[in-house]
Design a protein around this ligand. Sequence first.
Ligand SMILES: Cc1cc2nc3c(=O)[nH]c(=O)nc-3n(C[C@H](O)[C@H](O)[C@H](O)COP(=O)(O)O)c2cc1C
Length: 188
Amino acid sequence: MNNPISILGIAGSLRKQSYNRSALRAATKLVPEGATLDTFELDGIPGFNQDEERNPPAKVVELKKRVRAADAVLIVTPEFNYSVPGVLKNAIDWASRPYGDSAWTGKPAAIMGASLGMIGTARAQYHLRQMFVFLNVFPVNQPEVMIARAAERFDAEGNLTDEDTKEHIRRLLQGLVEWTRRISGNPG
Ligand SMILES: Cc1cc2nc3c(=O)[nH]c(=O)nc-3n(C[C@H](O)[C@H](O)[C@H](O)COP(=O)(O)O)c2cc1C
């Protein structure tokens, strides 16, 4: 493939043994041919302060640069109190500012998430989709990858062991690559 699609993966958890960071790590091994998946860690990003938006911290400068350089983004989010975790929202907010200089504009995206419960982050994912409307991010609609009962699907080292989940992630990444080529006019 002449023009590989570069995907930037961001997990919305800072926890060492995070299921979502583990799911993102699993995704890096399930990327289709013709694409790459690199990750960005959200640790170290301070709380958003609009007074600082024109002079953002180095980590935010790096985040915006990495998002802009990527052809597409993959967000892997936990669900906290029926929505996205503050660390993820905070990073999204920083990278959307100052007004008129958002790194997200026009970016193709895919969403997935893992939770301990039965709902598999559905509510958080729909809140993220709502944010994408204002950010003008274009998410893949299907497949929706909602990893419920995460504790049953990863081993003690955080390796994804569930074959169905792997297949869903594979299909999501394939869909993201096709969607990105379609809307960016990069046939590969
Ligand atoms: C503050 C907080 C709020 C939570 N709220 C939800 C929730 O609304 N829905 C849900 O399914 N799980 C919820 N959980 C449980 C998470 O699914 C679980 O902690 C999960 O492991 C977090 O993702 P991580 O492993 O990637 O850190 C919550 C956990 C925390 C710490």
